[in-house]
Write a protein of this length. Structure first.
Length: 317
């Protein structure tokens, strides 16, 4: 299976010169015929896990920790992703990232994933990482349901991390940012994603959270960054606070990665025709935006229900 996936990705770097070598499926999705036929004959299981999208793009159903190592080196120009936040949601998937027993284990799991991402990026490639924070559980092993946000309820929650107290803000974004910096990434920018339509909170002893972090990392000291393609108000260089509303997804019952947030990231960090990676694809926003900007993408998602949502969004259902 690993060789079959590598063959597919490698074929996208050398597309057929003759259009006769490609065909269109019943939903109007372009496939590289020779490669797909080879995979169908050699590994039927692969087609149960890999869905081929428009423009030599695909979604792979699986755990990024297992899928990324089988992909070839230096094929992506840009990675845009938002991994599961620690101790905030249970996706009912065994071994899922985000429900580790300790925040240190969570950070270590993500550092391992992004080590693979760094290998897969070109030398001038970049990583845009969206990550939110969380509070200690205070000893509670569950989270009550919320009428406005049903996905918030959890039957299990990791214990309070060592060294922290009940009600402490954990500081996950910066813990992860510094760990990635120590692992060799260049930490280039921290952008505040301010959410004007943030979820209300019932707390009375602190402000309601209305922001998340968006980090820009690069693989090398010099990297591709199209600053002239995305400008701020009055044509100025972008600032580091962005006001962007969250975007609801009625099928998933949670706020998705908004397209308005992803569009500038892909435009800044890639060119038309480049390949974009999202190792935590979720409902497919990165893929949707990549295709809209004439890029190709590979998305990896562990939860089959989210893969189904992403497929429907990508074919316009």
């Amino acid at each position: 299976m690993a060789k079959a996936v590598r063959d597919i990705i490698n074929s996208w770097q050398h597309p057929a010169e003759n259009e006769a070598d490609s065909r269109t499926s019943d939903v109007g999705i372009r496939l590289v015929t020779g490669t797909v036929q080879h995979v169908r004959q050699q590994d039927a299981e692969l087609l149960d896990r890999v869905w081929f999208g428009r423009g030599d793009s695909c979604i792979i159903t699986g755990d990024s920790r297992n899928v990324l190592p089988i992909l070839p080196d230096a094929i992506f120009q840009c990675c845009v992703t938002s991994p599961p936040y620690w101790s905030l949601r249970d996706y009912d998937i065994q071994g899922q990232i985000g429900l580790e027993e300790s925040v240190s284990d969570y950070i270590n799991d993500l550092v391992a994933v992004f080590d693979q991402v760094k290998r897969l990026l070109r030398d001038d490639g970049v990583l845009w990482l969206n990550i939110g924070d969380s509070y200690t559980s205070g000893g509670r092993t569950w989270r009550a349901p919320d009428r406005k946000n049903p996905g918030r309820a959890m039957d299990v929650r990791p214990p309070t991390p060592n060294g922290l107290k009940p009600k402490d803000l954990i500081g996950v974004p910066w813990r992860l940012a510094f760990a990635l910096q120590s692992a060799g990434w260049y930490l280039r920018s921290d952008t505040i994603w301010h959410k004007p339509n943030c979820q209300p909170e019932s707390v009375k002893d602190r402000p309601t959270r209305s922001h998340e972090y968006l980090f820009l990392f690069s693989k090398s000291e010099r990297y591709l960054y199209h600053s002239d393609d995305v400008r701020g108000p009055n044509g100025r260089n972008l600032r580091t606070v962005w006001d962007i509303n969250t975007q609801a997804c009625k099928e998933a019952h949670f706020a998705t990665f908004p397209q308005a947030l992803v569009e500038p990231l892909i435009a800044l960090g890639s060119r038309a025709g480049d390949m974009v990676l999202d190792p935590f694809l979720g409902s497919g926003t990165t893929g949707l935006v990549a295709l809209g900007l004439a890029r190709r993408f590979v998305g990896i998602e562990l939860n089959p229900e989210y893969v189904a949502i992403a497929k429907r969004r990508l074919v316009g259902e």
